[in-house]
Design a binder for this molecule. Sequence first.
Ligand code: PGA
Length: 274
Amino acid sequence: MLTEPRRRFFLGNWKMNLTVHEARALGAELRSESMRLDSAAIRDRDVIVAPPLLAIPGVVHELMGSHIRVAGQNMYWEDKGPYTGEVSATMLREIGVTHVLIGHSERRDQFSESDQIVNRKLRAALRHELSAVLCVGEHSDDRDTGRVVEVVLHQIQSGFDGIDRNDLDKVVVAYEPVWAVGTGRTARAQDVELVHGAIRSALADRFGREAARTVRIIYGGSLTPANAAPFLSQPDIDGAIVGAASLKAESFMKILEMDIALRARSPVSRGGGG
Ligand code: PGA
């Protein structure tokens, strides 16, 4: 049976880099680069950047009228109140944010975000109609002890706890092995493909095969234009989170161009469902 391919999804995570001015300039450059690319191919994809919080309004402004949208890198689950230093989903929406990263490995590891916190944030994002990118991934010792799938599926189960099937279309899952994020080391594309398959099966068990089939599952971890092709060619890898290589318009756009070329050459029609 021929099924609709999943819409490709690319997110540039700028992390805590660039000044407000530099971020704005990068936004402007991305806008003009994206105009240069086949606009239908860009329109057919979700292309998103996640600047540092303070830079968001300027970047939103620069990207107006383009197909690139803006994500928050993090948020708090309450709407308002005595939570010094935090930002709510409502506040993000007010400044033009459409997506938010939830449970990035740097948040989990360096800011002690537990599975329960991640789940609260995901629920709050969806309640406020932000699309969410739920990040999961194992540490290197999990990998060494053969526990990759077990660890990742545990994060999936707890991350999606209490999430309604009707909200599933607003969630993208990002599989990012912790040892590959920001390290220059990438996983092997075929190993990633297997983990994505396991995630999709778990989602099928939880939400039903049809719903799980449509969820985008993307890869992240030291992707560059030089190493992205094998990942983007896998049938169950629906896009990417790009960190360091998204800080230059040229390299982020090269990854997108590569995806456009690969998919034009061999459009993959995917049944999904594990
Ligand atoms: P990296 O970051 O590409 O620099 O490894 C990936 C990420 O933050 O998701």
